[in-house]
Design a protein around this ligand. Structure first.
Ligand code: SF4
Length: 276
């Protein structure tokens, strides 16, 4: 995490919104209110979030080493993960909620190490080169009609690769307990947000398509890797701008309400939500 630029550094005091904020609002505007308007601390943190964050750090270490032409061995990557997870657990200000499959710190470490071993032995970038790792980007948010707004869109791309012919590939790492469908990836707005940021920062032209990929580390009994590719186009970016601006208008109008869904079972604010 230490080398990862924070979103606060990216925004430099300007009005900004991230994909994470947009999707939080879309999933449950009351949760958005608790987190981003009230700035309320979460009531607890799920171990899956802590494991996912430490896996991201370990993978960033791996791809930074590949970029520097000295690929770290598997042992160094798993050590990074173990250290990061142990520190996060020990220093957590919030109670950690463990799960059936990972009921304690040791089992969480064992699961993460297994996932990384499978990843390391399965995934390679072939003849692609690493352009950047955990790339922080920001760009002025426009309306879908091309009018500038006062807001910046901000985001951090996990991994940006380049093919021998010069085409870019955006890779987003996920950890999940079950497979993700191709339809979900095709409709995912996080990748569209990254495509918007890359086009705005002239990594691609405003009319170009870009290939994106979900690389999912599955927390199944025997961990597996799922790689799902998708394309983002100019019209996807336009639609995303429309969504972002509607969300901003709804926030400005103070529209916040609970949205009961399967996400409530892992919500950080379930106690305060009941009192709403
Ligand atoms: S518990 Fe459910 S409805 Fe309440 S804030 Fe969380 S996600 Fe929203």
């Amino acid at each position: 995490m230490s080398e990862r630029k924070t979103l606060e550094q990216l925004t430099d005091g300007e009005l900004h919104i991230s994909h994470s904020q947009i999707s939080t609002y879309q999933n449950c505007s009351l949760k958005y209110f608790f987190r981003y308007v009230e700035g309320r601390k979460a009531e607890s943190v799920n171990i899956s979030v802590t494991v996912g964050s430490s896996i991201h750090t370990a993978l960033a270490t791996l791809y930074r080493s590949i970029k520097a032409n000295h690929t770290e061995p598997l042992e160094a990557i798993t050590e990074t993960f173990k250290t990061c997870l142990s520190l996060d657990i020990e220093n957590s200000e919030l109670p950690i909620i463990y799960s059936k499959t990972t009921p304690d710190k040791e089992s969480a470490i064992a699961m993460g190490v297994k996932m990384l071993e499978v990843f390391y032995n399965t995934v390679n970038i072939g003849d692609y080169s690493v352009v950047d790792v955990e790339l922080p980007l920001s760009a002025q948010l426009y309306t879908h009609e091309g009018k500038p707004t006062d807001f910046k869109l901000v985001g951090i791309i996990d991994l940006l690769l380049k093919s021998p012919s010069g085409d870019l590939l955006v890779v987003d790492f996920k950890t999940a307990s079950k497979s993700i469908s191709k339809t979900a990836v095709d409709e995912d707005t996080q990748l569209t947000a990254y495509s918007y940021l890359l086009a705005s920062n002239k990594f691609i032209t405003s009319t170009s398509d870009i290939e994106c990929q979900y690389c999912v580390l599955l927390k199944t009994k025997e961990p597996k890797i799922q790689q799902i590719s998708t394309i983002r186009t100019r019209s996807d970016r336009r639609r995303f701008a429309k969504i972002a601006n509607v969300v901003l208008a709804a926030i400005d109008a103070k529209i916040f309400m609970p949205v009961q869904s399967w996400l409530c079972s892992s919500c950080d604010y379930s106690t305060i939500c009941k009192k709403w």
